[in-house]
Design a protein around this ligand. Sequence first.
Ligand code: ATP
Length: 300
Amino acid sequence: MPALTLFSFAKINLVLRVLRKRPDRYHDIETIMQTVDLTDTLTFSPVRSGISVTCTAPDVPVDERNLAYKAAQLLRERYGCRKGVRIHIDKRIPVAGGLAGGSGNAAMTLHALNRLWKLDLNRETLLGLSAELGSDVPFCLFGGMAAGEGRGERLTRLNSKSKEGFLLVNPACAVSSAWAYRNANLELTNVMSCINLDVSVWQGSDFQRKISHLYNDLESAVCAAYPMVEQARLSLKKCGAAGVLMSGSGPTVFGVFPDRADAEAARQRLIGHIEPAWRMFVVSPVSHEEVARRSGWMER
Ligand code: ATP
């Protein structure tokens, strides 16, 4: 079988509420996640035996700590598969950026090897395996827009016709998700009970209503410890974003605009006004169907 090349998408969190710490090391959350068209490219080459990973980003581990490696290893162990694979990751999604880049790589590895190794696993089986690899991996497998509960792995698909444009600003630092969750102010969070996971907002077309529901419980702790995150937020506000929010555990922040052209115009205005090392990306929402089409995901 020839090599297989797939796109692995980033996600943003439009809502992230941290409800409580659980007896395992995780937190219960409520979240609205949206796939966006910022992608890594993954190439899977069949080899006789073994798993190897290469990556264009020097800060990503390429041994058994790599999430794509872990996904391949899980399939081999669970299904007694002896075939091998060489995985090359062309990384564009900022690493440890709150955009689930690594989780997306793991999800696409499950898709790719299911085909390459002819495992013929159905959708439920792949979703079960993905939850073992990380809380965000099931969503990355699914894509589009979804509400997440539990650790974020219990998903409800949402139908969105949103046309918004997003400008992502990544202030060149890495934030550990574990640190962000440990430092979230859960007492304050619980007082904010008025912020409910109102899915009708996100399935509707009332732009201002969506803006008023953007929410992230991890944002204040990360902004306090990483002043550049607050600086990135202010830059996005100044350049005319209708709403600004940190994605996931940060440090990437996004500005919301009525459409992609507005987001692109804002990007142009910010050039030269942010730190040279920071990265900017103009992105659009990607539907579940589009993720399925571009990742070779078959409904069955
Ligand atoms: P999330 O939003 O799911 O918390 P994130 O976007 O904050 O994820 P990732 O880019 O997924 O963070 O990376 C988190 C950590 O995982 C990094 O420290 C990185 O070294 C490690 N990692 C392992 N495999 C990968 C991979 N394939 N791509 C990116 N990071 C990886």
